[in-house]
Design a protein around this ligand. Sequence first.
Ligand code: ADP
Ligand code: MG
Length: 332
Amino acid sequence: MSLEFDLIDQFFKPLCSPMQKGDVGIGDDGAVLSAPENHQLVVVTDTLIKGVHFPVDTSAYDIGWKALAVNLSDLAAMGATPAFYSLALTLPEHDAEWLSQFAEGMSALASQYHIPLIGGDTTKGVLTLTVTAQGWVPVQQAVLRSGAQVGDVICVTGCIGDAALGLKLALGTLHAAFKESLSVTEQQALLQALNRPSPQLSMADALRQYAHSAIDISDGLLADLGHVLTKSGRSRALPLGADIELSALPVSDVMQRYISENRDWALPLTGGDDYQLCLTVSAENYPLLQAACSVLDVSLTAIGSVVEQSTVRCLFEDEEVDFSAAEGYSHF
Ligand code: ADP
Ligand code: MG
């Protein structure tokens, strides 16, 4: 048997479970999958390239985890329940130790949601991972970017900015004095935020029930909220904008210290890789969503509101702070 098939059998076939009776996973030309009644299929794809989407010295385990996590985060933002995933893997060489760790990282996250790896492709080249994930939503209930309405409360789950701070730490670009002020535990937490994002999947039902729109924060809050406002504004005569209260942003203690010491709000606003959700909900439904989140142990913070204006205004103690030059992550 060729090395390619050996590799698939050894490292990836074991991840092809649980499968429904009668379905076909890894090993044939295609996977054959049963669909639940009254649901629509949600399909997402995300690629990670070495040195572009993760630092070159990231561990194989973390790469495996993150390749799947960023996709599950897209499903979370749609209000979908994850069902399957596939993997297009481009490897520079056959490295059994690396592959074993990579598969373990992916499997650790997949098993939390009981989703099987159902196929993929394996090629040689610069380390690149493309995961495609599928999930289900009840018919016509997917949460879209285009549903935000004037007066909606803008909310964010979890904390934002730690992944961006973790990236600075991993790349060695943090100010020396600030880095030295970080305890070992704090450093680990920042790297964890960067390398092991947790997709906000537990709130899918609440999101579908209450939210008007949602997006996952992959490129930075301002950029991603901007996508929601653009999409939601398209069907209207007047553009949609937002007022954001900076003092309300949910940030960790470390991030708060970073902001105070560096007078830099830009990092939590424009730093990518958080994989939290930014969503909008009517003022009426906000308390209901908040209550549902607290039952699920998901922290949800209101940070502003959708307004009829052409920009996103960031306010700090009623003063407008200008972030017009700050942009989220862009590939080109
Ligand atoms: P094909 O000849 O159709 O391109 P392959 O030889 O690439 O098929 O793959 C054989 C089987 O192994 C297929 O079922 C495919 O989905 C699966 N597969 C290939 N690479 C991977 C991978 N990296 N992870 C999971 N399954 C894979
Ligand atoms: Mg192939």
